[in-house]
Design a protein around this ligand. Structure first.
Ligand code: SF4
Ligand code: SF4
Length: 381
């Protein structure tokens, strides 16, 4: 019979055999959580319900570049040797389609129904450092101001977070230059790092400690902790992209008429993929629908995108009619005016918008191009 560690305290690090991740999955399910984690689906690693270790993309990795994503076998048994995929945790906390209310005409007049189901209890398994930052960005947007978005707040409060620190860098990642990874920030219930044969598990909260008390594990050694630091440094060093964030909001604001916006508009399809895959883009629209008989109506919230013409349709016309205006709005909001609105960056360096842009537009290249001419102009003046 295996020995179980005493109830570990917050802040402690444990070593856990990889097969015992199943014990943790079972404990989470026993505690009433639906575990959402990475799975292979349609040639990509997506987030869906995970019930057993067999569901995880063990032995898979992803190859990512501008407009390019492929899965490859690694020829080993690594559990988490891939990075971010086309979807993110946003879809569970801020669903793409949400019914806000329904009305039905009855003999007794209109009957209104407001959704009052309890929020789903999700345990997110495999939250990367950049995506943990993205959740904190959404927290700020939806719950950090005067008006709190109740649906988001309820889901977020019910969510258990298991971060997994990246031990490989994706081809389009640039979190190291943004200060958003690969080391996970505080805030997760548990933080995993995968080493060759074990997971090192850092305990972030009392709930995390209570769960880990049900899993066979031992205290992590100094060697384990040094290996974690070494793997994170190696991941950061191997990141091929970077975004120089020095004075970035001011740089973009003083270059709103830069010719680069015209160049990128020649390529941009205004498809909105970048906003759909982005873990922090939160814009939505609300539509009222009725049936043909006029007896039922529903108010539904949908994700929207600043790349659609309808997004700025006001008083008979769209305000941002050109691709240039829409791309510039998106990029300057992410990297500049988000600071004015929320006191933080709207970009966490996950690289999804680069990978999933069908024409391979790369925001790090766009900013670099603007910075080069801005610097040359300022040095010449
Ligand atoms: S930047 Fe790329 S993904 Fe975004 S709207 Fe333009 S073409 Fe689509
Ligand atoms: S803007 Fe691009 S790199 Fe930044 S968080 Fe969104 S998808 Fe990730």
């Amino acid at each position: 019979m295996e020995k179980r560690a005493h109830l570990p305290n917050v802040g402690k690090a444990l070593r856990m055999e990889k097969r015992h991740l199943q014990v943790l999955l079972d404990a989470l399910r026993g505690a009433g959580y639906t575990v959402i984690g990475p799975r292979v689906r349609d040639g990509a690693i997506v987030y869906e319900e995970v019930r057993s270790l067999a569901d995880l993309p063990i032995g898979w990795t992803d190859e990512q570049e501008k407009g390019h994503y492929r899965l490859k076998g690694r020829g080993d048994e690594a559990f988490f040797a891939f990075t971010t995929g086309p979807n993110s945790w946003k879809q569970f906390l801020h669903p793409p389609i949400l019914s806000l209310s329904r009305a039905r005409r009855t003999e007794n007049g209109l009957q209104w129904e407001l959704p009052n189901d309890p929020p789903p209890r999700y345990a997110f398994l495999g939250v990367r450092a950049c995506d943990l930052h993205a959740i904190f960005v959404l927290d700020r947007v939806f719950t950090g101001g005067q008006y709190v978005e109740g649906y988001y707040e309820a889901r977020r409060k019910a969510t258990f977070l298991i971060a997994v620190q990246c031990t490989v860098a994706g081809g389009t990642c640039f979190c190291a230059s943004m200060g958003t990874g690969p080391k996970a920030p505080p805030g997760a219930d548990l933080v995993f790092t995968e080493l060759a044969d074990i997971f090192v598990v850092e305990i972030g909260t009392d709930q995390g400690a209570a769960l880990m008390a049900q899993v066979p594990c031992q205290p992590a050694s100094e060697v384990d902790l040094a290996s974690v630091e070494g793997r994170l440094e190696e991941t950061a060093r191997s990141m091929r992209r970077q975004l120089d964030i020095t004075g970035l909001p001011d740089l973009l604001k003083r270059n709103l008429e830069h010719p680069r916006w015209d160049e990128v508009a020649q390529r941009c399809l205004t498809c909105g993929n970048c906003t759909m895959v982005c873990p922090t883009c939160f814009c939505f629209t609300v539509e009222d629908k009725t049936d043909l008989a006029g007896t039922e109506a529903e108010r539904v919230r949908y994700w929207d995108s600043c790349f659609t013409t309808a997004f700025t349709y006001t008083a008979g016309r769209a305000i941002r009619q050109s691709a240039k205006a829409r791309y510039r709005q998106w990029l300057t909001h992410k990297l500049a005016t988000w600071w004015d609105q929320f006191g933080m960056s709207g970009c966490v360096g996950c690289g999804r918008c680069i990978t999933w842009c069908p024409v391979g537009i790369d925001l790090t290249e766009e900013v670099w191009a603007i910075r080069q001419t801005d610097r040359a102009q300022r040095e010449g003046s």
